[in-house]
Design a protein around this ligand. Sequence first.
Ligand code: BG6
Length: 486
Amino acid sequence: VSENRVLIYIFGGSGDLAHRKLYPALFNLYRKNHIKHNFAVIGTARRDWSDDYYRSTILKSLEELPGSFNQKNSFTKHFYYQAHDVTDSKHYIALDNLGIELEKKYETQGNRIFYMAMAPKFFATIAEHLKSQNLVSEKGYNRIVIEKPFGRDFASAKELNDAISDTFSEDQIYRIDHYLGKEMVLGLLPLRFSNPFFEQVWNRDFIDNIQINLNEELGVEDRAGYYETAGALRDMVQNHIMQILALTTLGAPEKMSAEALRDQKQKLFAGLQVYKPEEVSKYFVRGQYGASDIPDHEPAYRDEPNVAPNSTIETFVAGEVHIDNDQWRGVPIFIRTGKRLPEKNSRIDVVFKPRQNPIFSQPDEPNILTIEIEPEEGVALQFNGKKIGQTTDPARYQLTYQHSKAEIAQVLDAYERLIYDVILGDHTNFSHWLELEKTWKFVDAIRQYWDNNAPTDFPNYKSGTAGPAASDSLLQRSNRQWIYQP
Ligand code: BG6
């Protein structure tokens, strides 16, 4: 394993995201020797913390991870804290000075990563100051990592992108979508493009519909401050679902490279049908969870901390998406995501066309390929065979493959992998601005219609149930159904 040299600035270093995701991910990279001696991290946020205190909070965030106390302790010695007001220029000078000092000490060769792990409203200001106060290094590489949400509609996303692009070029910008770091999402292209028996039938002649589910059991938890401004459409559809949809349906890239993949994603999104206002309620369904049926169990969304008592924010979305190109014209892609559904389940079901079998008396049952992203990580294929015994009756067969839990435990998790990609300078698993442009426009059209037509039936599903009935009707009207029934 070669040693990577890097200085990482984490804006929002005292925050929840940094402690829940980034420090554990960095520690795992350290444990696996991907970063070792020549790295340093400067955490910065408003609060006035000492280095020692900062390190103690990091140690705490590593409690559950394997590794000895000594190893964790040595890791935290690479961390430094600088209190910072993101709007005040002189603080950037302090950040730069500390950076220069640590670059000498850790011999990081001028490589700098700026990680935005704080409220998005500050991203643009920070990017501008990084340029005006010369934090962008002239010796090594400079990379900026942006957490979601990347804007709240096309206009704000563009504004943010323009501001960041003043300082950083597209190849220095890493927009994180953590679903792109998940094992089975990364496995989509190899599955599609290294198996002739899938590749040949991956089109509208053979596929009847595709279903993408990102279902969650948890509710809004303590994130209402953000969620009340977002809702499931912005939170899950614009990014995670659209990226998974793209990887499931894009055309074959020339080779496995960030550029080739980006080209195919763009071609695909060029066909994404943006709905007119009068089409939205035909193709999209929204929901909000009410209290669970079990007394004193989960509260209604409107009774969660910091949620407005008459909130019209959706915690559930189901929809039918269409791609207008030769490969997919006429194939509905059903998507579904929601909070407080019966269980956590992220998966893709590809449903092949059933046909009237010319040889056997009854029609074939459809072949179904399921790609399980979480909690299981694997693939299942349902197909038709013969019932065992002295009969010609058909039977349903299923082949399954699953990564073992032991194997999964060995691989980098989504965050580790993506941060490591940033360190390596690999863009393959990040979203490009042009993808955001398309997906925001798609989402904006639905959002606008919903904002102009407030829901009258919220809450319309109980916590712990499969979402509003309208999500089933979406498929039933064309005699289809959700393959995954929670
Ligand atoms: C985040 C959303 O991007 O993804 C959350 O903001 C959601 O609302 C989460 O819970 C789901 O991610 P995962 O990895 O737990 O499926």
